[in-house]
Design a protein around this ligand. Structure first.
Ligand SMILES: Nc1ncnc2c1ncn2[C@@H]1O[C@H](COP(=O)(O)OP(=O)(O)OP(=O)(O)O)[C@@H](O)[C@H]1O
Ligand SMILES: [Mg+2]
Length: 210
């Protein structure tokens, strides 16, 4: 199964989500490969830090430009292929969407981020002309943990207008532990923070329906 994390926007939490999804799958005994298609190499750097630990193993490769056939090939060799894309409308994102089973669009609950959803919806529609079974999800990331803030509800209401993209109920909070995890080769499921752990577990159970 190919799970691609992408957006046309930078800094929305794509690499954080990709590394956490890969760590979750690996910790659950799944044969997993992380594909870094962003020249910034955030996911690859995380993977190299992980090699220094005794945490559950996975593979990692870098692949740029047209990634479709590489993803299809890796999908025959691994149970899960998790792809981290760069934050723009790129060849990697467009070609990756032609092979992906699941597309996850992280989005912060703020105007500049939710303004990208109409274009992401068009991109999903175009990809489905070639890849009919593509499942597309949006997840709100870096959500304020203060319950007084209405930005989450406002963003949810807006995103629900786009029928091509299913908004996940799971919310990813703005928590320091996510920064600590990506800096040390860990996934949240390997850190000592129950709230963050249950956020990633909820997201995974919504997309994988295990
Ligand atoms: N849930 C979170 N809570 C707190 N900090 C977060 C969270 N998610 C991401 N961050 C931090 O926000 C920054 C951007 O996250 P990340 O690198 O995952 O985004 P990205 O979409 O991959 O960015 P880019 O477009 O540059 O590749 C990083 O410093 C990361 O540690
Ligand atoms: Mg990134």
């Amino acid at each position: 199964m190919i799970i691609l994390i992408g957006s046309k926007k930078g800094g929305v939490g794509k690499s954080t989500l990709a590394t956490n999804i890969a760590a979750y799958l690996s910790k659950n005994g799944k044969d997993t490969i992380l594909v870094d298609s962003d020249i910034q190499r955030s996911s690859s750097n995380w993977f190299h830090d992980r090699l220094e630990t005794n945490l559950s193993p996975m593979a990692c490769v870098q692949k740029y430009d047209n990634i479709k056939s590489t993803l299809q090939d890796l999908n025959k060799r691994y149970e899960y292929v998790v792809v981290d894309c760069q934050g723009r409308d790129s060849v990697e994102l467009r070609t990756g969407l032609l092979a992906a089973d699941i597309f996850i669009i992280p989005c912060r609950p703020s105007q500049p981020d939710i303004d990208t959803i109409p274009l992401m919806s068009d991109m999903v529609k175009q990809a489905r002309e070639m890849n009919e079974e593509l499942q597309a999800y949006c997840v709100l990331t870096m959500c304020p943990t203060n319950p007084q803030v209405t930005e989450i509800a406002d963003s949810q209401k807006f995103i629900q207008n786009f029928s091509e993209i299913k908004l996940l109920e799971a919310l990813i909070g703005d928590r320091k532990v996510y920064r600590d995890a990506i800096a040390s080769g860990h996934g949240i499921v390997e850190m000592d923070n129950d709230k963050a752990k249950s956020e990633i577990e909820s997201l995974m159970s919504e997309i994988l329906k295990w």
